[in-house]
Design a protein around this ligand. Sequence first.
Ligand SMILES: Nc1nc2c(ncn2[C@@H]2O[C@H](COP(=O)(O)OP(=O)(O)OP(=O)(O)O)[C@@H](O)[C@H]2O)c(=O)[nH]1
Ligand SMILES: [Mg+2]
Length: 418
Amino acid sequence: MLIYGRGCDSGMPANLPAEAKHKWSEVASAKTPQEKLRTLKEFLSLVPKHKGTARLRAQAKRQIASLRREIEERKQRKIGKGGPRFFIEKEGAAQIAILGPTNVGRSSLLASITNAKVVVSGYPFTTLEPVPGMFQYENLQFQMVEAPPLMKGSADGEAWGPQTLALARNADGLILMVDLSRRPCRQLSLILGELEKAKILTQKPRARVDIARRHMNVGLKILVLGRLVNCTVRDVEQLLRSYRISDGIVKIYGKATLNDVEDAIFESTVYRPAIVVANKADAPNAIAETKELFSRTSNRMKSIQISCKNRTGLEDLGVELFRVLNIIRVYTKEPNKKKPSSKPFILKKGATVQDLAKQIHSDFYRQFSYAKVWANPPQKGEGAKKTPRAKRRFSFSPQKVGLSFPLEDGDIIELHIK
Ligand SMILES: Nc1nc2c(ncn2[C@@H]2O[C@H](COP(=O)(O)OP(=O)(O)OP(=O)(O)O)[C@@H](O)[C@H]2O)c(=O)[nH]1
Ligand SMILES: [Mg+2]
């Protein structure tokens, strides 16, 4: 599991009593929602009330509310009362949740770019359960999911808020959608506020802590791949042990505080790349609103302006999603064939031959001998490709490489096993 450190605060850990920490290990290993709810309530009763634990207590309360709803929902479904289904199985290169207040045009966007059957209406609260649709961008597909509307209080349990935010948490990327005819800056603050409360970051955090728990008695391995701020590896180890984590691999990227490590223990904060989509560019006051919105968001995230009504701006959507998701497409080729596969493998930017081999099949990784890579030639205006490494990369092609070779978008690769 990957957990990301918060982007701003660098406070100290919650400083919990040992019994609360031990209780957390029970919460973490709970198998059913009922068990999770019971242990979480016990945990909360053991957390002392002071300023340092306010954030943690609020989060535990939200999680309790969300679990209560989940249990209730399951019960209702069992007795045949139905109720919305919030979990959407992932398909395509990435799942993108379309979030926004009611009536901003989420259904209209889905109808404009996918074949999904949606109901567009001028009345608020038309879409009450998630609707998926596939969006074609170049040679890949994004699964777009219209989320039910967000409102003030969503993160605190209003309407289906916790489930809607859980949908956002589960997605790979987010579209934050606002309506240029109805105070878009305020709408964006509302969305960001609810996401923040639900501990979903839309900005790349300065730290990332990845805790892979194991139960094999191999001990605790802490790899600092970035830098620890105001703490030592010993502090990190002590903190983990106090939560009874004594078996597993912990990787620390970026600049991490002890608080970031504790956040990761609570499996709470996640980062989801996001873009702002401002709809209804055809509205009379749209130009002035767009200017203000773009000036406020320019240093935080990419914003685009569209009109579903006039079908303008939609051509930017695919390229911006692709960019913010930080993914690359790699094409595999069988050694005796001339052409590579037309369907790409999707990898994270920075991925290596090893990541690809593992994704294809563990045998490719275990029996790997070497790979041949035809590097994608530099695109026009790509300044980064002028670096010595990039020059080397493109000076001869194909080249024989090992597992650690970094791949780039458009590369063609042939894997050879022993
Ligand atoms: N002027 C204008 N109106 C639009 C545009 N896109 C959508 N609308 C209108 O906005 C209203 C709401 O559109 P929907 O697509 O249903 O919005 P939604 O966000 O899915 O709304 P709910 O599901 O009800 O929360 C409808 O009356 C649409 O016709 C646009 O680009 N310009
Ligand atoms: Mg809708």
